[in-house]
Design a binder for this molecule. Structure first.
Ligand code: HEM
Length: 334
């Protein structure tokens, strides 16, 4: 009997404790609605994020800022990285390819109208060509390895399988990091060696109004670089500088900026990268199948006098006066 009484007492005490717990818990929560113990095991990531605006921990890296695991702007950044950048990139690059194919089908190659004269003059010296091809080859690898970061997983994993894609991506990332240095050097050298010929001038206005001799049949006069080439030059200098600065911010994380700065750097780097690639496709088109006689300027460094007369008449005139034409004299430009 005594045992039964003792059991009943324990049971009723337990019931009382449960009742107190059930009825007092909501009241406590109402009193302190925003209090979350960040170290409690049961705290959910989402609650923490709401409470503290970021989820932060300890990291073994020397910089404490690398311990930020989650913060609200991260979602916007992920949306940009996974959706917006892909759309901008696909539209810019595929759009440019479509325009170039259409242009080639309608206009065809811009030919040297009077045929080759057989007389030539130097357009780019060996150093200029070396700098151009060093920068261009770095750019092509940077472009392909950069596009791999944005589009690679979706496009290549089904073809390569995950293992091979991972190996390729690792090498592509090494190439992207290391080739950024000679690319930056190339952009700086291009800036210095060609700046004198790339200051906008009155001749550019006429060149643009007359469609540069590429759209239409006129061949407006131009100095060493026409308005289209000046535009390419400034895209390379300014685009290259923007890509380099933001790229180095990403390569050396948290040295010069915090998480939001890193996200901004990544966004600018991505957009500059895809637009840069689209514009350089037009440059590559004109330098190869778009214009007869153009490639040799960067190939062996010399161009035909009739090519120079058609596309850079004012430059040819000056070079002829200096006696730089090989194989005979040249009639003055109109
Ligand atoms: C396979 C790729 C490329 C080809 C075939 C190519 C071809 C050419 C040619 C033929 C010229 C001389 C044009 C002339 O004589 O008037 C030239 C100039 C130039 N290239 Fe490239 N290029 C390529 C890639 C690049 C890249 C990737 C960059 C920079 C990132 C670049 C930057 C320049 C600049 C700044 C000039 C001087 C301005 C101009 O002519 O537009 N090139 N290129």
């Amino acid at each position: 009997m005594a045992t039964t009484c003792a059991r009943l007492r324990i049971l009723s005490a337990a019931l009382l404790v449960c009742l107190v717990a059930v009825f007092t818990a909501p009241a406590g929560a109402q009193q302190q609605p925003t209090m979350v113990n960040p170290t409690a095991q049961s705290v959910k990531e989402r609650e923490l994020l709401k409470e503290l605006n970021k989820i932060q921990g300890r990291s073994s890296l020397p910089d404490a800022r690398s311990g930020v695991l989650e913060q609200p702007a991260g979602r916007d950044w992920r949306q940009f990285h996974q959706v917006t950048l892909r759309w901008v990139g696909a539209i810019a690059i595929l759009g440019m390819l479509a325009v170039l194919v259409l242009f080639y089908l309608i206009r065809g190659m811009v030919r040297i109208e009077n045929g080759r004269s057989g007389r030539t003059l130097v357009r780019f010296n060996a150093f200029e060509r070396f700098v151009h091809w060093m920068t261009a080859s770095c750019f092509i690898v940077l472009a392909l390895s950069g596009l791999n970061i944005t589009f690679g997983r979706e496009l290549l994993t089904p073809l390569f399988g995950p293992e091979m894609f991972a190996t390729w991506s690792q090498w592509a990332k090494y190439a992207h990091n290391y080739l950024s240095f000679p690319f930056t050097l190339g952009v700086v050298l291009m800036f210095l060696m060609w700046i004198a010929w790339n200051i906008p001038s009155g001749t550019d206005i006429r060149w643009i109004k007359e469609g540069g001799g590429i759209v239409g049949k006129n061949h407006p006069p131009a100095r060493r670089f026409n308005a289209g080439q000046k535009a390419i030059y400034w895209v390379v200098v300014l685009g290259g500088a923007a890509a380099a600065v933001t790229g180095y911010l990403l390569m050396f994380p948290f040295y010069a900026t915090d998480v939001s700065g890193m996200q901004l750097a990544q966004m600018v780097h991505g957009i500059v990268g895809v637009v840069f690639i689209a514009i350089m496709l037009a440059h590559i088109y004109i330098g190869t199948i778009g214009m007869q006689g153009a490639f040799e300027a960067m190939g062996n460094g010399e161009v035909d006098v009739n090519w120079a007369q058609q596309h850079h008449s004012l430059w040819l005139e000056k070079e002829a006066q200096k006696g730089h034409v090989k194989g005979g004299s040249v009639a003055p430009a109109e």
